[in-house]
Structure formats: C-alpha cells, structure tokens
Ligand binder design. Structure first.
Ligand SMILES: [Zn+2]
Length: 180
C-alpha cells in the first residue's frame, strides 16, 4: 500500500476490486494493520448513484488524547472507459482535482493537499509509528478466505487474530492511530 508520510491511504481502485462499486449503496469498513497491529480503521457508505463516499472514523490526538468524530462526504467522479464500463475517481475536497487515492490524516485529501498540511516533523513522527509499508486488511475478505477456523476442536491462531481485529473494529475505532 502506498503511504505518504505515514498517512493511511484509500484507493478507489481497491474499493472497486473488492466489489464496493458494484451496487448503488454499499456499506463497508477497512482496517489498516502493520504486522499484527491495527493502526487505523474507517467505515464508509458508498453512494454510487449520487457519486459520493461518506467516510466515518475517529481521529485521536496523541498529544491530548482527544477524540474527534469525523463524518463527511467526498465526491466521486466517473469517466467512461474506452474498453467499456466506468472508471471512478475521488474528487479532492480541497483542490477539486480528480485522484485515485486519498490520504487520510485528519481529513481525506489528495496526495498534494495531504503533504501541504503536514510539517516534516509531524510527518516523521507519523512515519515512525505507521511505517511506509503499512498494509490494509478488509476483514470480510479475510474471513471469506479462511477455510479452516478450527483445528482439533480449537480455533486456529489465524482465526483468533481475525476475531481480535474484528472485535477491535466493532468497538468503534478505538485503535485509530492517526497522529495530529
Ligand atoms: Zn487536493
């Protein structure tokens, strides 16, 4: 997964590949993890017909511990593909440019706007925490790919890890690791 200065990225191509753009209204969640640790998660509603994604997450300040609930919309754009079908884009709410990837710090912005909003000092702090090689999991997908959940009557390690992440995700973003 691409990251810019340690922020969490959300790619519209990724959402499309997972089938989130196949229906007019779809709810989902994404968890970002690094090694076994959850570093962030968001939930979202995709309103395909009205061309926007509603992002819902919590941002916790590391310095003050203060939590901020985020709930806002980012518009989509749609272009017709030469080979058929549509290509979707996010529209950065700051510069209005169409982009394939949003970077989430406090708000979701395009790469350029995301960089502008963070000083290098803050960025390096973020980088240390999250790393440049963070990757994302979609819990549903992971569950579906798990053929064996129990072995000899006991849950497998992988299944336990999944349950743990799933529970954290359900608890409402307590583990959001966005540095401000
Ligand atoms: Zn922008």
């Amino acid at each position: 997964m691409d990251t810019v200065e340690g922020s969490l990225s959300l790619s519209i191509g990724f959402l499309k590949r997972l089938g989130y753009l196949s229906e007019d209204l779809k709810y989902g969640g994404i968890v970002w993890s690094r090694f076994e640790e959850t570093i962030g998660n968001i939930n979202f509603w995709i309103h395909r017909r009205d061309l926007y994604i509603r992002l819902i997450y919590k941002v916790t300040s590391y310095s003050t511990g203060e939590a901020k609930h985020m709930d806002y919309q980012v518009p989509f754009l749609r272009t017709w593909c030469y080979f058929g079908g549509y290509r979707y884009w996010f529209q950065c709410t700051y510069c209005q440019r169409r982009v394939g990837v949003l970077y989430i710090n406090t708000y979701a912005r395009c790469r350029k706007c995301s960089r502008l909003c963070y000083s290098s000092q803050k960025a390096s702090r973020l980088e240390r925490l999250i790393g440049a090689d963070g990757y994302m999991w979609k819990l549903d997908e992971e569950r579906q790919s798990m053929r064996i959940t129990h072995y000899a009557g006991r849950p497998t390690k992988r299944y336990l890890r999944y349950l743990n992440r799933s529970e954290k995700s359900d608890r409402g973003f307590e583990l959001m690791a966005f540095l401000l």
